[in-house]
Design a protein around this ligand. Sequence first.
Ligand code: MN
Length: 245
Amino acid sequence: MNNDHYLFVSDLHLDASLPPAVDQFLTFLDGPARAACGLYILGDLFEAWVGDDDLDECRASVCAALRRYTDSGLPCHVVRGNRDFLLGSAFEARTGCRLLPDPVLLQLGELRVFVCHGDLLCRDDVAYQQLRSIVRQSRWQKAFLALDLATRRVLAGAARKGSQAHTSRAGYRIMDVNPQAVAAGFRVSDARLMIHGHTHRPGIHDETVDGQAATRIVLGDWYTQGSCLRLYSDGRYELEALPRD
Ligand code: MN
């Protein structure tokens, strides 16, 4: 690693309706993020993304800032979230970012890190998992992307309303990660560090898997302040809140 740390963020939910979050992320990309040896965005970068042609002024400005970041020689990797799972190859071409599978095992120097958006771990939310498995099928995505942009935006807006109603009905535990799913992630990857977002419950959790200590770090959302994880090459880390003035 050139510099000594990678940065991880997630759940920025960037949208024209919340300019302070957009401004904060643009400042972050053009400033502090340049001191890292790379950036990982673990899903829900955008509040909505109904296709790579879905570019309003806000999303275009975020893409331009990502392009400046990657043009500066720093890698930026993006995991798709449940709000922006339609990010595709035109987004990669425009920004220079690389899309990653979800979940994915990263090897950063000596460190093995299991990384995902986090929605896959919320296995107790059965209705959501059913919906997820449908909208992640390439046949469904092809049919959806064949609709005109205005129709896709209307449908996505309706889906967001439905999802908010579902979230407010489902209990707190249902909406969190399932412990068996977490253990399975550690087991299959043989990693001892897991990083994800999605639940908007930032924290550092000590886990035990088959008698071995493991750590699960949850990134926070950017609705009222920023959140980022600094992961150093020697395995140290800092989960930081980034207050907004
Ligand atoms: Mn999410």
